[in-house]
Design a protein around this ligand. Structure first.
Ligand code: ATP
Ligand code: I3P
Length: 427
């Protein structure tokens, strides 16, 4: 069939900012995400978007992506093949959302202009390394096969960000539901025990962090990414340096973002402490902050719960495993802020903190650790694996450096409303 005989079809493309998961996400031309349909996840989204939603759980629509129903990957949302749900606006949970597409972000650079560097030093363009891997593993369904691949359609949490720095944290101590086979339970229990999941209630399962190049105020740079296999190798004492690295732009820790994320997770916790409706097994918290310079675009973050493929009713019981992970995350974020107040940030040992070349003005060069700095949470010795970055710059120093970077390098361009993001192609 040619394109003209299928006027309702819209193209879908791989989703460039996917950092984790085991299936390929695609994005529609109107900017919504298509995730392969999983029945428990569909049931969960249908429930939280229905009039049956328990009043005690209304808060959850503020902390989950908007849900736009089931869809065939290539179906036009208005066609009969797309079973549209009635999504709710987080700001007015009981009212229906506008049916129009969300406005595109004019500041968002095309993904072809973006670069990602893996832990092993491999450079990717256009798609995150994880998205590229998922894309090569599972071909995007062609129009002839699309109808057999049902998806759920979700809001893209990263859509309004110019440079989305994203981390997927799998929360909780248990990652299988009651339907899992004995073999699967055993595998998941072993994995939780061998990683940070069992002890801390959290495992890092993918991230991309924007690292600035050349000069502290330079808008050029690239994403560095870490995948779930990296996350599985981490131990408790690695979580503080790894999360510090995630919030570090190669010159300073983005304390503005850490503080906003912390505030939002605290608000989530205030709901979770009372919630007795669900066990969120194997669910993740997706944390996003704006990697573009806060001097040029508003500093902003988002934190949402995602992945409800194993979310089940808890019948009056609290999800203490999930809460444990949330509490651990809050304590690490607090520690990052405390370290910044004490003028030191704990970063992972190389290679993860050294892939982007830094200028001589970089604040990332190692120095000895002042005794006032908070150590990582573990009682095990972290000093062998962590290095301490020199203090962040004062505002005055930053302004001086900004001026300096313009004077020293005529090619350095600053973000403006017209020319908001310049990325690391050709670094
Ligand atoms: N609504 C969303 N907005 C933006 N990115 C998303 C959204 N949902 C998922 N993602 C991206 O896709 C990745 C995988 O999502 P998700 O965890 O739902 O998939 P999964 O295959 O069920 O995961 P798992 O392998 O842990 O079961 C996330 O790490 C994130 O990068
Ligand atoms: O994030 P990780 O460490 O890769 O762990 C995987 C993740 O928990 C998936 O959700 C799960 O698939 P399901 O959602 O289908 O259970 C998969 O189970 P599997 O190994 O049985 O495929 C796990 O391996």
């Amino acid at each position: 069939m040619d394109a003209q005989s299928q006027p309702h079809k819209r193209p879908v493309t791989p989703y460039p900012h996917q950092v984790g998961g085991h299936g390929q996400l695609t994005v529609t031309s109107s900017g919504r995400i298509l995730k392969p349909l999983l029945h428990k996840e569909l049931a969960f989204y249908n429930y939280i978007n229905s009039d049956d939603l328990h009043p005690d759980m209304r808060w959850i629509t503020h902390f989950t992506p908007k849900f736009y129903g089931e869809a065939q990957p290539n179906a036009n949302p208005s066609s009969p093949t797309a079973k549209a749900a009635r999504p709710r606006s987080p700001s007015s949970p009981r009212s229906s959302c506008p049916s129009n597409s969300p406005p595109p972000n004019p500041k968002r650079p095309p993904s072809e202009d973006l670069c990602w560097l893996t832990h092993d030093g491999v450079l990717h363009t256009a798609l995150s390394p994880w998205a590229a891997q998922m894309s090569s593993r599972i071909a995007i369904p062609s129009s002839s096969t699309a109808r057999s691949h049902t998806s759920i359609k979700l809001e893209d949490i990263n859509r309004s960000f110019c440079i989305p720095c994203v981390i997927d944290c799998k929360i909780g101590t248990r990652h299988y539901d009651d339907d899992a086979s004995e073999e699967k339970r055993r595998r998941h229990i072993e994995k939780a025990n061998a990683t940070t999941s069992a002890k801390c209630g959290i495992r890092l399962t993918g991230m991309q962090s924007f690292k600035r190049s050349a000069a502290p105020m330079s808008p050029t740079g690239l994403f560095e990414s870490r995948d779930k296999y990296h996350g599985r190798t981490l131990r408790e004492h690695d979580l503080l340096p790894q999360l510090t690295w995630f919030f570090h732009d190669n010159f300073r820790v983005r304390v503005d973002a850490v503080a906003q994320v912390l505030e939002r997770i605290r608000r989530l916790r205030a709901h979770l402490i009372h919630q007795r409706h669900f066990f969120f097994y194997s669910s993740s918290l997706l944390i996003v902050y704006e990697g573009a310079l806060p001097q040029h675009v508003p500093s902003k973050v988002d934190v949402r719960m995602i992945d409800f493929a194993h979310t089940v009713r808890s019948n009056g019981r609290r999800d203490d495993g999930y809460l444990k992970g949330i509490d651990y995350l809050i304590s690490v974020l607090n520690r990052i802020l405390q370290n910044e107040r004490n003028d030191c940030s704990v970063l992972p040992a190389s290679p993860s903190s050294s892939s982007v070349p830094s200028s001589s003005t970089s604040s990332s060069s190692p120095s000895s650790s002042p005794s006032s700095c908070a150590s990582p949470l573990s009682s095990s010795s972290p000093s062998a694996t962590a290095l301490v970055a020199t203090r962040s710059k004062t505002r005055h120093e930053q302004q001086q450096e900004q001026q300096q970077s313009v004077n020293d390098d005529g090619r350095t361009r600053h973000l403006t409303a017209d020319q908001p993001c310049v990325h690391g192609v050709g670094m």
